[in-house]
Design a protein around this ligand. Sequence first.
Ligand code: C6P
Length: 407
Amino acid sequence: MLNVERIRADFPALARQVHGKPLVFLDSAASSQKPVQVLEAMDRIYRECYANVHRGIYAFSEEATLAYESARDKVASFINAPFREEVIFTRNTTEAINLVAYAWGRSHIRPGDRILLTQMEHHSNIVPWQLLAQEKGAELIYLPITDDGLLNLEQLDNLLDDRVKLVAFTLMSNVLGTINPAKEIIQKAHAVGAVVLVDAAQAVPHLPVDVQELDCDFLAFSGHKMCGPTGIGVLYGKEALLQEMPPFLGGGDMIRRVEWESATWNSLPWKFEAGTPAFVEGVGLGAAVDYLRGIGMEAIAAHERELTAYAMERLGSLPGLRIVGPPAHQRGGVVAFTFRDIHPHDLAHLLDLEGVAVRAGHHCAQPLHRRLGLTATVRASFYLYNTHQEVDRLVEALEQAAKALGR
Ligand code: C6P
């Protein structure tokens, strides 16, 4: 069991009052709060050894470079990447997926090829593939979901054939909460020769993720959802694929030698990190990894599972509340719902007045909402610092909102 009270003491923002009420922060799926350990690690760089990395032949720069590059080692070990060179720092999940769509996609996808996505993808894992497909004359196909919000795996075998060159899917849905059977999907995709990208934006912060066990070709996630800062994300890629891919962005740091007419590329991972990197943020992400590991990903996942089951039970007992997605044992700490005929934005506003921060809208998953017959939902999402009392506050605030609106 987690010592949640002790964990909460690490997050200064959680002590805040909002509209005169103690903050209940239930929007970590959008972006998590930050522990002092991360803030201090970044502050230390700015105060003690701030200088551009990979360039200076002086102690400050060497210290900053060491701190940045050791963050890469921490991330590699966190996801069990075989080689540190396979960890590319990007701005976020979105940029990591775009990197693959541009650098791998433009050199491998041809007219008539198919790209297989699922109906539960975030826009970040749809739009880059639409752009690629339009440019190359390729076709996007979608693995459907069931009415319970699970992937319809029976359809997978029908859709997978040698026309499918890439399969890209989310490990955990940011709306339904569904945790997908990634290993099975990856094995089946590999059997037809497809390359697989896993969107792990909602998974790496909350569950143990092992890229070798998954055997995925690419995996993308964001620092800001896992107690780290904004502006830093990760693309893991298998070395052989990254080696043969052309660069994504050109500029400083990613080159070995530049002539007037041409250039050669730096070795991995720097071939894909053009320009001054977000190295302070990289160090912050390294500190976030240390923090999460110190608590233990299994323990964090177990805490969220327990809290989600409690939240689903309590929310499910409110008449007129419809939760989307599967039962608690098949999902992570995300619960999206509609409540009577109250518009999700009105609901989120009334909850805010009670100090309860939730997200309302389509959560960057419009096609999924359309598939569910909805335009918007309210979403409560949980992390290691949330408590049962906060779930109770959410339920009370919902009851109060319904009363205030006479619904
Ligand atoms: N979802 C949410 O509130 P970025 O914005 O690049 O850090 O992450 C994009 C992204 C990709 N895939 C999934 C499954 C995601 O959930 C997200 C981000 C946030 O649900 C912000 S829209």
